[in-house]
Design a binder for this molecule. Structure first.
Ligand SMILES: NC(=O)c1ccc[n+]([C@@H]2O[C@H](COP(=O)([O-])OP(=O)(O)OC[C@H]3O[C@@H](n4cnc5c(N)ncnc54)[C@H](OP(=O)(O)O)[C@@H]3O)[C@@H](O)[C@H]2O)c1
Length: 291
């Protein structure tokens, strides 16, 4: 049996839905069953929702009972290392054979991973998992296309979005592609001891992204370059906590220093998943972008 954690989150939900779509059984770990049902996870065929807290082994007995393979996802937050390392300990204790760690990898060429705290945390967790004695695989997507849905409100109302990336390229990947890869990887197994990086199919500047959203919604959309300070002010005004804004500042500084992005589609190809182009993602979400 397979267990997916972080099932109420962006990727966990897409992955659990993909299991249901492919009529494959899986167990999904959630912290609150009512909240999970309200989030649209209730009543999915073949999906067994089960409560537990990744940080507390005493809550995970039923969730980990009879599990062979786990996909481990949790929130990008200050407690991510503690949460995932305690969860790895619980998996080891319960006799899980293979843990797939949902990690992350910046696509910018020459990126100095030591600066951005969440990349550093992922590296620390990867090393911990590798040393613990279970089979492991690291699934390492680049920026998600869905990150641009945060900008949907101003795109819909003003036909513009405001970031501080200048001409920096990124190669965002569609969460639905990650879900398809994850389901195949979890169902078929293998790839033990491998790190699987994946990006989207194009290296895009923010102006390129504006042009693709514009094409999808059928009206002009502009990218407006603002200063890092103004971007931070916008994030805080939108309710982003200060420590998360600090982390995004670190990431922005790194990206501005490394403006060229690579495209890495070997993981898509290995699992037979067609890489979704940004314009197709934007068409799927055209209503949110005001189309
Ligand atoms: N943003 C990007 O572009 C990007 C790119 C590559 C990789 N990543 C990485 O992707 C990961 C986040 O993926 P996501 O955006 O899909 O996640 P997300 O939407 O933030 O959801 C996180 C999930 O983890 C669950 N969770 C957190 N702590 C838990 C605990 N103690 N016990 C049980 N469940 C717990 C949350 O449950 P609740 O609903 O109960 O809170 C939620 O379901 C992070 O590790 C991030 O670094 C991000």
């Amino acid at each position: 049996m397979i267990l997916v954690t972080g099932a109420t989150g962006l990727n966990g939900k897409a992955i659990v839905r993909e299991f249901a779509r492919q009529k494959h059984e899986a167990r999904a770990l959630v912290r609150d069953l009512d909240r999970a049902s309200a989030a649209g996870l209730g009543g999915l065929a073949g999906i067994d929702l089960i409560e537990g807290d990744m940080r507390r082994a005493d809550t995970l007995g039923a969730a980990l009972n009879g599990i062979d393979r786990v996909l481990m996802i949790s929130t990008a937050a200050e407690d991510m290392v503690e949460t995932q390392c305690r969860f790895i300990d619980a998996c080891k204790q319960a006799g899980v054979a293979h843990v797939v760690k949902f990690s992350g990898a910046e696509s910018n060429i020459g990126y100095d991973a030591t600066k951005f705290r969440f990349t550093r945390m992922h590296e620390e967790i990867e090393r911990y998992l590798e040393a613990v004695g279970m089979a492991w695989t690291h699934l390492r997507p680049s920026q998600f296309m869905q990150v641009y849905l945060r900008d949907a409100p101003t795109i819909a109302t003003e036909g513009a979005f405001y970031l501080a990336l200048g001409d920096t390229e990124l190669s965002p990947v569609d969460v639905e592609d990650i879900a398809k890869v994850a389901v195949r990887l979890l169902c078929d197994g293998g790839h033990e001891g491998e790190s699987l990086d994946m990006t989207g199919p194009e290296a895009l500047t923010m102006s390129d992204i504006a042009a693709r959203i514009s094409q999808a919604v059928g009206r002009p959309v502009r990218y407006v370059d603002v200063s890092p300070r103004e971007r931070r002010r916008n994030l805080l005004a939108a309710g982003v906590p200060a420590d998360f804004a600090d982390a995004l500042d670190e990431q922005l500084a790194e990206r501005l220093r490394r403006p060229k992005s690579r495209v890495h589609l070997a993981t898509h190809e290995m699992f037979g998943v067609r890489p979704t182009p940004f314009v197709e993602f934007a068409r799927r979400h055209a209503a949110m972008f005001g189309g």
